[in-house]
Write a protein that binds this ligand. Structure first.
Ligand code: ATP
Ligand code: MG
Length: 395
């Protein structure tokens, strides 16, 4: 048993001793079987939330309306969710109601894919009601039950299918893939933020290239947010880039996706808004897009402008297959910048005024900017003396 599960076993034991069932469920059991590192340890139980709270001293109501209580134990928090079923999805996204049940099998039945529907009991026995173990062997993603029904209940599961395909390097089983093709338009009903999270995980996965190709083949992209950048060709291009290397951050994946398109500033802004990205991510993409467009003729000033994003920029250029020698020379130019921001200048506005080389006002701003440019281009040494001399001459 992985150490995180060993550490959490006393929780299962305590619930069992109180007369209820409790199991490890979901991703942690899948990852344990695959011998992959575990993220979060999720526990499901026949005990109702109030019953869980009666068993443990320290609990927090993290999602009581869904049946989730967090138990605090040896400095760790464990989410314990009451077995539940989800009934009548009328809007393709959220169950109209959650019903607590006492049966494990009912709870496992509502889960999305067979490899996500395992349970593990306190004695380390795997409960596999839907043949998930053989899907793990076949390296395939298969919906629990009737795939068309499952994707109709919750269209987000279609994104999740590709997300797990990418994360695990699995393919998607035939009937599941057929349902994806048939029901792709339902993705439009899903909130942008939820699509965004799954898409990000897909792009960060080890097998993003094949997951993207498979996604193109079922046409799911057509139902992505907004209207821009959704051409198959662009996703296939991305797949080509991601086939060689796995990206390391969200700024990298969004820049790769949205800053490599030939868009006007207005169109790019529209695309960024349609994805509801954070301000910070939007700013990164907006600043790097023009630099990517002119990547073969970047001036020192250009590099100075995006200096704080150098790592992201270099990673994107590398993923895009920039020739090594060109990539290296850009990297060296970043490193060789004489200053990295106006703050690095050897004098500041206050000093210039106090020394009598400038007066407060717009002229001072212009002077500082000229100094900054001259220093960045290497025409002016960044020392107090050289800068004062420069100011004297400018007077
Ligand atoms: P990760 O390691 O990436 O967190 P995970 O399997 O834990 O993977 P989560 O999104 O954290 O994935 O979900 C936890 C579990 O809840 C899943 O394994 C699955 O059993 C169930 N689940 C989550 N979302 C859905 C959904 N939309 N439909 C059905 N079951 C779901
Ligand atoms: Mg999880």
């Amino acid at each position: 048993l992985p150490s995180q599960l060993v550490a959490a076993k006393p929780i299962l034991d305590k619930i069992n001793e109180a007369g209820y069932e409790a199991y490890f469920v979901g991703g942690c059991v899948r990852d344990m079987i695959l011998e992959e590192p575990l993220h979060d340890v999720d526990i499901a139980s026949s005990a109702y939330p109030e019953e869980i709270k009666a068993i443990f001293d320290k609990t927090v109501d993290t999602g009581i309306q869904h049946g989730t209580v967090m138990v605090l134990d040896h400095g760790e928090g464990y989410e314990i969710t009451t077995f539940r079923t989800e009934s009548t999805y009328t809007d393709f996204r959220r169950p109209d109601s959650v019903t607590f049940v006492r049966s494990l099998s009912e709870d496992l039945k509502r889960r999305d894919f067979t490899i996500n529907a395992f349970a593990l009991d306190a004695d380390g026995r795997v409960i596999d009601l839907f043949d998930g173990l053989s899907d793990l062997k076949k390296k395939q993603i298969r919906a629990v039950g009737n795939p068309k029904e499952r994707f109709t209940e919750d269209a987000l599961r279609m994104m999740r299918a590709f997300r797990f395909a990418s994360k695990l390097g699995f393919s998607i089983e035939e009937a599941t893939l057929e349902a994806l093709t048939a029901l792709a338009p339902n993705l439009e009903k899903i909130a942008v933020e939820r699509i965004q999270v799954e898409f990000e995980k897909l792009l960060m996965g080890q097998a993003a290239a094949s997951a993207l190709e498979s996604m193109v083949s079922v046409g799911l992209f057509a139902y992505f947010p907004g209207t821009i950048g959704k051409e198959d060709g662009h996703f296939l291009e991305m797949a080509g880039w991601l086939a060689k290397k796995q990206p390391t951050s969200l700024p990298v994946v969004w820049t790769l996706y949205l800053a490599t398109l030939p868009l006007s500033t207005g169109k790019r802004q529209e695309a960024l808004r349609s994805w509801k990205l954070s301000r910070e991510l939007m700013a990164t993409v907006n600043r790097l897009a023009p630099m990517i467009a002119k990547r073969d003729e970047l001036s020192v000033w250009d590099l100075y402008q995006v200096n704080d994003l150098a790592d992201t920029f270099l990673e994107v250029l590398d993923l895009m297959g920039m020739e090594q020698s060109v990539h290296l020379s850009i990297k060296e130019k970043f490193a060789a910048l004489p200053i990295h921001s106006a703050k690095d200048l050897a004098v500041n506005g206050g000093e210039l005024i106090r020394s009598g080389f400038a007066k407060p006002g717009p002229a001072l701003g212009r002077l500082l900017h000229e100094m900054e440019e001259a220093v960045v281009f290497g025409r002016l040494e960044n020392t107090q003396k050289a800068l004062f001399d420069f100011a004297k001459e400018a007077e």
